[in-house]
Design a protein around this ligand. Structure first.
Ligand code: ZN
Ligand code: ZN
Length: 210
């Protein structure tokens, strides 16, 4: 903690100390925070910078919370460390929403928006942030490649098919079943084939054990 941060904290109640910590801590110009990307909300009140070249992950989420919160068929999020971001106005001009308790207090994990135009900015988790790359000014083809989605998650809750060849998880990535790309008839056919193979395998094993 630097002197400014310590001073800011001394004048605020302990429950507000998160306002001076990452991801809301304003990085000092001397701090060597390398600005790789810049981003802003629709109205421009919320501005932030990113120091990391590529997100840790980039994915499209089809869960019903994302559908409702973004009023969209699915959401695009890129994962970063809390220290990778610099909100140029810190916690100011932001508002919070906790979809679990339906409260607007800052409680992790929560959704973060601009408090004026209400553009969704990011999801703040306990250790990471999932920010919405639609706000990032991606200038070159390489920038776009860096942020390109790597998978779909909660694809089981989708309202539309996205046959793009990316891996599609029924729930959380790496913790649920992979769903084949459309058309759905093909998915069903593969499912039936797999069940038949399993049945035959079990029958074969039972015969061998007799
Ligand atoms: Zn705004
Ligand atoms: Zn989601």
């Amino acid at each position: 903690m630097d002197a400014d941060e310590a001073k800011a904290r001394s004048t605020m109640p302990e429950k507000d100390h998160w306002k001076t910590k990452a991801p809301y801590k304003v990085h000092d110009p001397q701090e060597n925070f390398k600005v790789r990307y810049e981003a802003s909300c629709h109205c421009g009140k919320v501005k932030y910078q990113l120091s990391r070249e590529s997100p840790l992950d980039s994915k499209l989420c089809h869960c019903t919370t994302c559908q409702t919160q973004h009023a969209a068929p699915f959401q695009w999020a890129a994962i970063f460390h809390k220290d990778d971001i610099n909100f140029t106005h810190g916690h100011h001009d932001l508002e919070w929403y906790d979809p679990t308790d339906k409260s607007i207090e800052h409680k992790l994990p929560c959704k973060v928006r601009c408090n004026f135009c209400h553009s969704p900015i990011m999801d703040e988790g306990r250790n990471m942030i999932l920010l919405f790359p639609s706000l990032v000014h991606l200038k070159t083809e390489q920038d776009k490649i860096n942020f390109k989605p790597r998978c779909h998650m909660f694809y089981g809750q989708r309202v539309m098919d996205v046959p793009d060849g990316l891996p599609k998880w029924s729930g959380l990535n790496n913790e649920s079943d992979l769903i084949e790309d459309s058309p759905p008839e093909l998915v069903k056919e593969r499912e039936r084939k797999r069940e038949k193979e399993q049945r035959e395998q079990t029958e074969k094993e039972q015969k061998e054990n007799k």
